[in-house]
Design a binder for this molecule. Structure first.
Ligand SMILES: Cc1cc2nc3c(=O)[nH]c(=O)nc-3n(C[C@H](O)[C@H](O)[C@H](O)COP(=O)(O)O)c2cc1C
Length: 207
């Protein structure tokens, strides 16, 4: 089958786009409001987009509270969604009035960042402390602004739980990350396998 995304005439019960671009890691974003309120919400339009410098990005469909806080304070945390925290992650996605503390709603322990004034999930196996570098309202091909807003942040500090470090590596088999698929589907990352990159020809460079 084929369809263009203007007509979006896929004829299926649900738009398959998010099922195709999957799995997506879930950026579980912690922020603090200017009023001191704490906020925690999952964003699966999320990824690392560079490692030198370490930059992550999440995108808000509409102007949500996380976007507001990140814009106002310039900082956020990213919290690792493991299988044992997936119910709490889901609970934190509830639509509630600005200022409602989703850490409390989800039964999680908020801990303030060491380098940034953003709360993180005390129970998470890994946490990234981030400073906002750019915020873009995404444009469409005709140049008009959409109502999707991408927030980029540089990772300035990382917390790692010793329980998921094995043989000097952050061990995915122990951390059991949960990823977002399409529809209401999620997946755990398993099995993990290793694949070595091909060697470049003599004198060639590995990008
Ligand atoms: C797994 C998951 C992934 C989500 N990903 C996004 C996303 O990428 N962008 C978005 O705008 N909303 C996303 N949502 C919905 C938000 O989490 C939800 O609207 C939340 O209430 C926003 O909270 P906030 O207003 O406190 O930021 C997602 C929800 C779930 C459960």
């Amino acid at each position: 089958m084929f369809y263009d995304t203007v007509s979006n005439a896929h004829g299926l019960a649900h738009d398959p786009f998010k099922a195709i671009v999957a799995p997506r890691q879930i950026g579980w974003i912690g922020t603090k409001g200017r009023d001191g309120s704490l906020n925690l919400s999952p964003y699966s339009f999320f990824n690392a987009v560079s490692d030198r410098p370490k930059i992550v990005m999440f995108s808000s469909s509409g102007r949500k509270d996380t976007l507001r806080n990140a814009t106002e304070t310039g900082v956020f945390s990213v919290n690792y969604v493991s299988a044992d925290l997936v119910a709490a992650m889901n609970a934190s996605s509830i639509a509630v009035p600005y200022g409602t503390d989703e850490f409390a709603l989800a039964g999680l322990t908020p801990v303030m960042g060491r380098l940034v004034e953003a709360p993180f999930v005390g129970e998470a196996y890994a946490v990234l402390e981030c400073r906002v570098t750019e915020i873009h309202t995404l444009k469409t091909i005709d140049g008009t602004d959409s109502d999707s807003h991408a927030v980029f942040g540089q990772v300035v500090a990382i917390h790692l739980d010793e329980r998921v470090i094995r043989d000097g590596r952050f061990d995915v088999a122990l951390a059991r990350p949960v990823t977002r698929l399409g529809y209401m589907d999620y997946a755990e990352v398993q099995p993990v396998f290793e694949l070595l990159r091909p060697k470049p020809p003599i004198g060639g460079d590995q990008p």
